[in-house]
Ligand binder design. Structure first.
Ligand code: UD1
Length: 421
């Protein structure tokens, strides 16, 4: 298994380009199932999750062509509308094929995701929404088996804000008969990017970006070309890494308007943030003050940035509190951060972080995607060598992270299985 080896203590400095958003690319690639015509997607990040999804689409009979950051799909015929447990268990977002398959082909068989490292994460709202649109859904040996001659528009209220739930139902509704209204919909920018892609395919969608999305079904969708939005979580991760190391970094190819809550918190922690056209620059004004925060659906502070801020808070002046309200088990980075010398106590869904003057390198284990990013940031702060083990989690969601950090002057390299210790 690959590891990242980091010699910490160097401030990051320089400029890097942000990749396309994983969480926008995954639903957008699934939208390719909604039309028989070819679709071309640009700015698709080169990530393990994207590879997994393309394998899944390929196994169903979709023609997949992959270039550098460009993917062309053609779902003219799909002989096998099945997402197996093996794929869904490695990537929950595979559930995003359910809505498109059912809407276009009238049936689908998609494995239930099962448990996952950061909490229970059920898919009941996806299922309930499709049932409201007239689908017959059975659970058969751990698989969701869904059938519908043609889905029918419906008013659907989701009692929890769910990102992939909103995306799945929005995609399904594009080909339904009549109007669907999604209430308490997710407002995340990735939902908006997907909606814009669908509109490019001929879908009729209004209200995306608000909590009520209205979709008027059409009988068929066409091909399109769409560029995936920049990754706001990758952007945020590099900004925190820069701030935590006392660096001076410029990120290009990004969108500051998707990051208000994160940029606000960085300023509160004593960073100077300059927003430009498609770029963000960060440096510290003075000592790291750390910052207390509470995760919530967009536009509030994203759960996917919580772990990275905790690494920064570990070496801040004073005590901060990080409260997680989205997932019930998302503090697994805490015990690893403690191994580096952080002083963190967990009480229910809050972590109390008492800033220490330094972290010290050690071997730590990545447990999920964003926890891994937090450990890399901690390794960049720590004195001496940090080895981050099990970085396959990181490869799911960060394109060439070690190359990008090297460009910013970090002493970091990947040690592969075959390399001698
Ligand atoms: C997406 C993101 C993930 C991010 C999360 C929250 C993708 C591919 N992943 O995950 O990076 O951390 O949003 O911003 O976009 N819930 C239910 N029933 C459901 C669905 C969800 O109770 O049917 C609950 C979940 O358990 C969780 C909350 O709703 O407590 C939010 O989850 P959700 O927004 O669905 O997360 P994902 O879409 O899986």
């Amino acid at each position: 298994m690959d590891q990242l080896v980091i010699a910490g203590g160097k401030p990051l400095a320089g400029e890097i380009e942000v990749s396309g958003a994983k969480n926008a690319a995954l639903p957008i690639l699934c939208a390719g199932l909604l039309t028989a015509q070819p679709v071309v997607f640009d700015n698709v990040p080169d990530l393990r999750d994207v590879g997994t999804l393309l394998r899944l689409l390929g196994s169903m009979g979709v023609t997949v062509e992959r270039g550098v950051h460009r993917v062309t799909l053609c779902a003219e015929s799909v002989g096998n509308p099945v997402a197996s447990y093996d794929l869904v268990k490695t990537m929950r977002a595979s559930i995003l094929v359910l809505g498109p398959l059912l809407a276009r082909f009238g049936h689908a068989r998609v494995s239930l995701p099962g448990g996952c490292a950061i909490g229970e994460r059920p898919v009941d709202l996806h299922i309930k929404g499709l049932q409201a649109m007239g689908a017959r859904i059975d659970i058969d040996h751990g698989y969701i088996v869904a059938e519908a001659a043609r889905l029918k528009g419906a008013r659907i209220f989701m009692d929890t804000v769910t990102v992939t739930g909103t995306e799945n139902l929005m995609m399904a509704a594009t080909l339904a008969e009549g109007v669907t209204v999604l209430e308490n919909a997710a407002r995340e920018p990735e939902v908006v990017d997907l909606a814009e892609c669908l509109i490019g395919m001929g879908a009729r969608i209004r209200g995306h970006g608000s909590d009520v999305v209205t979709i008027e079904g059409v009988s068929r969708l066409e091909g399109t070309q769409h560029a995936v939005m920049p990754d706001r979580i990758e952007t945020g991760t590099f900004l925190v890494a820069a701030a935590a190391t006392g660096g001076n970094v410029r990120l290009v190819g990004t969108r500051d308007d998707t990051l208000d809550a994160v940029l606000d918190k960085l300023e509160e922690a004593n960073a100077i943030v300059e927003r430009g056209q498609g770029e963000i620059r960060i440096r510290m004004r003075g000592p790291n003050h750390g910052v207390s925060l509470r995760t919530s659906p967009y536009p509030a502070f994203p759960t996917d940035m919580q772990a990275q801020f905790m690494a920064m808070n570990a070496v801040a002046q004073g005590t901060t509190v990080v409260t997680e309200t989205i997932f019930e088990n998302r503090f697994m980075h805490v015990q690893e951060l403690r191994r580096l010398g952080a002083n963190i106590e967990v009480e229910g869904n809050a972590a109390i972080i008492r800033g220490v003057s330094k972290l010290e390198g050690a071997t730590v284990m990545a447990t999920d995607l964003r926890a891994s990013a937090s450990l890399v940031i901690a390794g960049l702060i720590a004195q001496g060598e940090t080895v981050v083990d099990r970085i396959y989690h990181l490869d799911r969601g960060y394109e060439k992270i070690e190359q990008k950090l090297s460009c910013l002057g970090a002493a970091i390299y990947r040690r592969s299985d075959g390399d001698a210790e």
